[in-house]
Each structure stands twice: as structure tokens, then as C-alpha cells.
Design a protein around this ligand. Sequence first.
Ligand code: PLP
Length: 396
Amino acid sequence: MIDERMYGLGNAPSAIRELFAYGLKRKAEIGEDKVFDYSIGNPSVPAPQKVADTIEELMKLPPVELHAYSPAAGIPAVRQTIADSIARRYGIPAKAGRVYMTVGAAASIAISLGAVTNAGDEVIVPSPYFPEYKVWIETMGCSIVEVPTQVPSFQLDVEAMGAAINEKTAAVIINSPNNPVGAVYTRKNLEALAAMLEEKGKEIGHPIYLISDEPYREITYGVEVPYVPTIYPRTLVCYSYSKALSLPGERVGYVYVSDTMDAEEADRVFFAVAGAGRAHGYICAPVLFQRVAAACVDEPSDVEAYATNRRILTEALDEMGYEYVQPDGAFYLWVRALEPDAQAFSDRAKQHELLIVPSDSFGCPGWVRMSYCIARETIENSLPALKALKESYDAE
Ligand code: PLP
């Protein structure tokens, strides 16, 4: 018998994917340059040259060796290179044995949840949040507990998170730099979170794990992104090369079970991660791109184009009188909808060929998300449409 929940998930694409699909259709109808597609987070910056050079070099390996299965957790030398890089960059004694290679942050989060939750548990998620969290949490038989962040800073509301914790709380997911808001949690904010989780863990009699979703760690505009394991030991870092190296379609990332955790506990968590990977079929991440990731582990991300887009867009929105959150990282702009119903606002924007995602599926009413990881000309060409959209409300 078909699983109706799975049927529902497969049959109803996310709001982002739905708008993206609409955009493809609309571009075919009226022309690529007439549609201003701010829907999806596909990096517009090319992957570093080193990616292509590494692939060319790897092609010289004997094919059987190049394409062979790796161990379930990944190629040992790759895991070692990544652990060394973590140790070098963040000053913690990271070990290869705590790195589990995955097909991107999506799989990293799904298996981290599989590792540290049991059916019936609750997982706390600050809102707004990446909509797939809810899908993954519920797939584990758990419930999502949404706790709004503070407006207008969109930093964590640690007090409210603490108030939401009870004996069923197993984990918290945070995402900084944040999709959809672009906020980067400050060290002070994370320290307050760590102190609260430590205390609440004692109160409820079991540890609370922190799942730190970090695909945008490298995409920042001059602010510090504290390394969460140095602040809260019971952390599972879910990293990805999708945005850092502009390789979203190649599906490579990892889970790192923090070595700042008690060693015995970290061993148990790591084996649970490996077990969840096995149980869900996430073993032996794509081997070619495991090797590419290792070769490019310390390649800087090119954020120049995103910084320029951010400047052009925010300056224009300032002039037009839109309200938005100044993003410190990632490549999304969180803009206040010009009417309370964000879906209605997004629908009206469509009439101006502007594709912007309503905030409801991010667990927050009244806003829209604009992905500005797109061509600079698209942003420039979209400005008259954004102005006309604003004027259509001003005229009411
Ligand atoms: N987490 C967040 C916040 C994201 O924005 C994304 C992708 O856009 C993911 C996870 C999934 O990333 P990946 O492509 O590495 O699976």
C-alpha cells in the first residue's frame, strides 16, 4: 500500500520549487530576460578553477579505482583532510573518525536527526527556517517545535527556546548564516544558547544535541561566524560544499561530530550517525566529489558577486521604501510583504514577472524571500518591476 504521507510529499512540491517551476515555464513563454526569478538558491558564481583542474587530474586515475565504492563513511584520506582543516581553522582536535561524508547538508541533517532523536521526541527550530527541516523531523516520527526569532534582528530568542524545552526535547537545529533571513548569530547569542541548553539538559535529565546546519558558513559580508562546537560541545555540524564551492548539484558535504564533546559520548553519537546513514541509504557519498572537496578544502569562496548584488538590491529597495533585513551572510533578502498575506503579495508580484517566495512555508507570516544569487543584470532589470509593484500598493 502506498504511504499517503510520502505520496503527499512527492505530489506537492515546496513553495520554492513550485515557483521555480513556474519561472521555467514563464521564461519559455515570454523569454528568459523578461522574468525576474528570485525563487531558488542556485549559486550564480562559478565553481573555483581548482574544481575543474582537480577533476581533470582525477581522470588520470585507473577508472576502477576512481569510481570504486568508498567505505560507508567516506574515503579515509578525505575525512582526514577535512578533520585537519577543521582543526587548523577552528583550533579544536578534530579527528577523521568523527567526519561522515554525505550527499550535501540535506542528508547531513536527515541522518543527524536520525542519530539523536527517537520517535515521539521534539525538535526545536527557530523560525523562520528552511522548510525541509519539518519534513525531515516528521519523517523521524518527531514533532517540530517552532520558536520565533527576535524581530528585527532575527537573532535567537534564547529565553523563548528555553521555555519550549521539556523532557521530550531531543535536539535543536540552528542555521547561521541563515536561510531565509541572512542573519548570522553572534557569539554572545550562541553562548547564551549554549548555557541555556546545558542547564535545561540537566533539568530534564538527558542531553540536548545541537544540529548546526552550515551550508552558508563561507558566504558572509565581513562578520564573524563563530564555530559552534567551540561554544557548545554537543554539536553535530552539517556542512556542505553546495554553496561554498558552488557545487549544489554534485551533492557532497559531511556531518562532523564535535571532538569538544566527551570522547565516549562522541563515539556513540558518531556510530549513531553512521547507523542512520546506513538505515536511510546515505552511504559512500559520490567518490569523485569527495576527492574534489578534499582538494579544495581551503579554497576561498568568491562572495564578490553576491556582495555586489546585495548592495544594488538593498540600495534600490531603500529608495523605493521597502522594509527588509540587512543580511550579514548567505544570499537571501528577507523583505516585508506589502500586505499581511505574503502569498497574495507574491501572487501580485508575479503579475510584474517577479518571482519571490512567500514566507509562510518558512514558518513566518508576512514576509517574502528574494534569492539574490542570480545574474547582476537580472537584478538591475528587475528594479522597474519592483518599483511598479510598490507603487501599485501606494496607489491603494
Ligand atoms: N540547509 C539550508 C538552510 C539550505 O538552504 C539548504 C539548501 O539550499 C540545505 C540545507 C541543503 O543543502 P545541500 O544542497 O547541501 O543539501
